[in-house]
Design a protein around this ligand. Structure first.
Ligand code: ZN
Length: 298
């Protein structure tokens, strides 16, 4: 008996227990982007790029960017890390095929009103555009948390690179008006029970990551510390076009990769391959992404 082809299906929601908490990753969207270099492998020539891509069994002229916000239910509060593309992602144009976070939250049993805290890693478009739905806050009951340095740098604009001019307009339109209701954090500040902010500057000038500790189990939500499992991790020195301060981002990337590899910390990464949860292994001077599997269920 035959059955006509009905097209690909891919998972978009993933949830596991972590200590006394639940951690859920939700794909806001996925986009094919061209070229591969830039943003990645900016210090490699065509032949090197082709060889590295082929070794990873990936195309050398494009990449898929996945956008994966994270929800942590600590048992007493529900914390959402980054808000995806929001309405812009659902429209026509270069950022389409995204903005599905709220719909998928619903499929996972959460209403927008259930989110107690929205914590931004940084204010690049894929992380903040979903903060509003029209004129209303997308997560109306949430306390909104942002890095103090991140907010100050985008507010001032003095050190924001030219390629982020449009991004700064988004910040001024969406985030600056919330100034009075934002909670501003620096490294070491708790944003909820068992969740502490850490500084990871460079990808953006005040980029933050968040450490979740529940019942002695440690996980790091690293935002955009590294942006591609096959290019950023094995080649941490290679400059990345998305990074606003490339030297600082490189230093941060190497510091965090070394830390999570040494400590064997579970990592949740916004642009890591879905479900975006894994470990980092050190191999000589390089690193490898090791997707988490059934250890999450034990
Ligand atoms: Zn991003």
């Amino acid at each position: 008996m035959s059955h006509s082809a009905t097209g690909p299906i891919r998972p978009t929601i993933h949830r596991f227990t972590w200590g006394k908490a639940e951690i859920m990753t939700i794909m806001d969207g996925a986009q094919i982007r061209q070229p591969l270099r830039p943003p990645f492998m900016m210090d490699k020539d065509d032949a090197e790029l082709a060889a590295i891509a082929a070794a990873a069994r990936l195309p050398h002229d494009m990449f898929e960017n996945t956008y994966v916000p994270t929800v942590v239910n600590t048992g007493s509060e529900v914390v959402l890390f980054d808000t995806g593309f929001g309405p812009v992602g659902r429209g026509d144009g270069p950022t389409q095929r995204a903005g599905l976070l709220r719909e998928r939250l619903g499929l996972a049993g959460y209403a927008p009103e259930d989110i107690d805290v929205v914590a931004f890693t940084h204010v690049h478009p894929d992380h903040i555009l979903g903060v509003m739905e029209g004129d209303d806050l997308a997560f109306p009951n949430a306390r909104h948390v942002i890095g103090q340095v991140e907010f100050d740098e985008w507010m001032s604009g003095a050190n924001i690179p030219e390629q982020r001019a449009q991004n700064r307009e988004m910040f001024l339109r969406l985030i600056a008006p919330l100034a009075d209701r934002l909670t501003y954090v620096k490294g070491g500040d708790a944003i909820a029970s068992g969740i502490v902010a850490e500084e990871a500057f460079g990808h953006s000038l005040g980029h933050m990551m968040y450490r979740v500790d529940s019942d002695g189990r440690d996980a790091l939500i690293w935002g955009d510390v590294t942006n591609h499992y096959a290019f950023s991790l094995p080649y941490p020195d290679s400059p990345v076009g998305f990074d606003d301060d490339k030297e600082q981002a490189k230093a941060t990337r190497k510091r965090v990769l070394d830390m999570v590899a040494t400590d064997q910390t579970l990592v949740v990464g916004h642009h890591m391959p879905f479900p975006s949860v894994g470990y980092v292994e050190r191999t000589n001077d390089s690193y490898r992404w090791a997707p988490a599997t059934y250890q999450l269920w034990t």
